[in-house]
Write a protein that binds this ligand. Structure first.
Ligand code: SOE
Length: 386
């Protein structure tokens, strides 16, 4: 039996507990420590999540020699500082997206991780839905042909009302772009991964529908805004986009368009794409994750349902359950962390081979794309992506 890794988590809002649960489900890691903003919160979360050690200061967690891999699940503005400190402390790092607030910071992290020879990953978990993965292999194996066009969206409604509030609305905590960085980054990462192509030019149109929002007087966790009462708020101006549509030019000639919208009533968390190739079309919707639509010109369209026996051998490796047993969001992180932990555990053999999971390089890529999109929205011009 191989040994298990000792994992520590920093940040326990909406996504931290999802990392803890997924890490445990890999059976390759033991969650040994948690850190949060202060002793009170850290202790409470440690009890809730049954984590033996807790720290009110993340630097104390990093001093714990037992911890080998650190998951960073804090608001965006802390990702750079915490990833840097974790790498300097000799820990492998799994960071939430976006990796950093700007390109300079993200580049520094990529270099540092390389220099320290530590494993690094960014939580682009959507690549790990079995049918999104199958789309990747269908393109790779030539079954879709030359890609002509790609369109899609990532839509949510948890910020629908001007009374919905979260730290992501504040640029100092979240970054200058909101919807594009928060959910557009997932869409763009997924599409570049599936198409095997690179976006080379972007043209963006941004909109902020709620120019003033009502900020709660007390802290509020992601997705929890709706349960607060109106008298608990103060008005604050909003400078980040609720909505963006971005025209895309790809290196190999494909054209595309992505819409992101966090005020789309009824869309809870829906990532959708449709890819039109010279052989067939593919479309997938994260709210129906176990179905992949295959569009044909000369015969009936197909609906491929998740069943490992119907998927390519490459995809089967990330399927959690046999037959049509439904799989979803928690399984994606589990599958991703499995690859990360195996890579760490097999480090000696694998040195020199490319990781199969999204790394800090992919995190940097999304920061670069996001900056180009923001520049285009501000200038009203096409912007080239380096
Ligand atoms: C909030 O918009 C959010 O939690 C994102 O930050 C996540 O990455 C996505 O999984 C769901 O929505």
């Amino acid at each position: 039996m191989s040994r298990t890794l000792k994992m520590g988590v920093i940040g326990t809002g909406f996504i931290g507990p999802a990392h803890v649960e997924a890490a445990r489900r890999t059976a390759l890691a033991e969650v040994v420590a948690v850190a949060d903003v202060n002793d009170e919160v850290a202790q409470k979360k440690a009890q809730e999540l049954a984590i033996p050690k807790w720290y009110g200061d993340y630097r104390e967690l990093l001093k714990n020699d037992e911890v080998e891999v650190v998951h960073i699940c804090t608001p965006n503005f802390l990702h750079y500082e915490m990833s840097k400190e974790a790498l300097l402390a000799g820990k492998h790092v799994v960071c939430e997206k976006p990796l950093a607030m700007n390109r300079r910071e993200a580049e520094e992290l990529v270099e540092l991780a390389e220099k320290k020879n530590l494993v690094n990953a960014v939580h682009f978990n959507i690549r790990y839905y079995p049918l999104a993965r199958e789309a990747h292999f269908m393109v790779k194996n030539g079954r879709v042909g030359k890609i002509f066009a790609i369109h899609g969206s990532y839509l949510q409604d948890w910020l629908f009302y001007d009374t919905d509030y979260n730290w992501r609305l504040e640029p100092e905590l979240s970054g200058d772009s909101r919807a594009v960085a928060d959910i557009g980054s997932h869409w763009l990462d997924l599409i570049e991964y599936i198409s095997g192509d690179r976006v080379v030019e972007v043209f963006a149109d941004f909109a902020t529908f709620h120019k003033i929002r009502k900020k709660p007087l007390k802290p509020v966790e992601t997705y929890a805004g709706k349960i607060l009462r109106p008298e608990d708020y103060q008005d604050i101006p909003i400078n980040t986009e609720d909505y963006a549509s971005v025209l895309l030019h790809f290196k190999n000639g494909a054209h595309g368009v992505m819409t992101v919208n966090q005020v789309a009533a009824g869309r809870k968390n829906r990532l959708f794409f449709e890819i039109h190739g010279s052989e067939c079309a593919l479309s997938w919707d994260s709210e129906r994750p176990n179905e992949l639509w295959i569009g044909r010109r000369d015969k009936a369209n197909e609906l491929l349902m998740k069943d490992p026996s119907l998927l390519s051998e490459e995809t089967r490796g990330i399927v959690s359950f046999p037959g049509g047993h439904n799989e979803g969001f928690p399984d994606t992180s589990k599958q991703m962390f499995k690859e990360v932990y195996r890579f760490i555990l097999d480090a000696e053999n694998k040195r020199g081979t490319a990781p199969s999971f999204p790394t800090f390089q992919d995190g940097l890529r999304e920061v670069i794309l996001c900056e180009a999109i923001l520049e285009s929205a501000r200038s009203g011009r096409w912007v080239k992506v380096e």
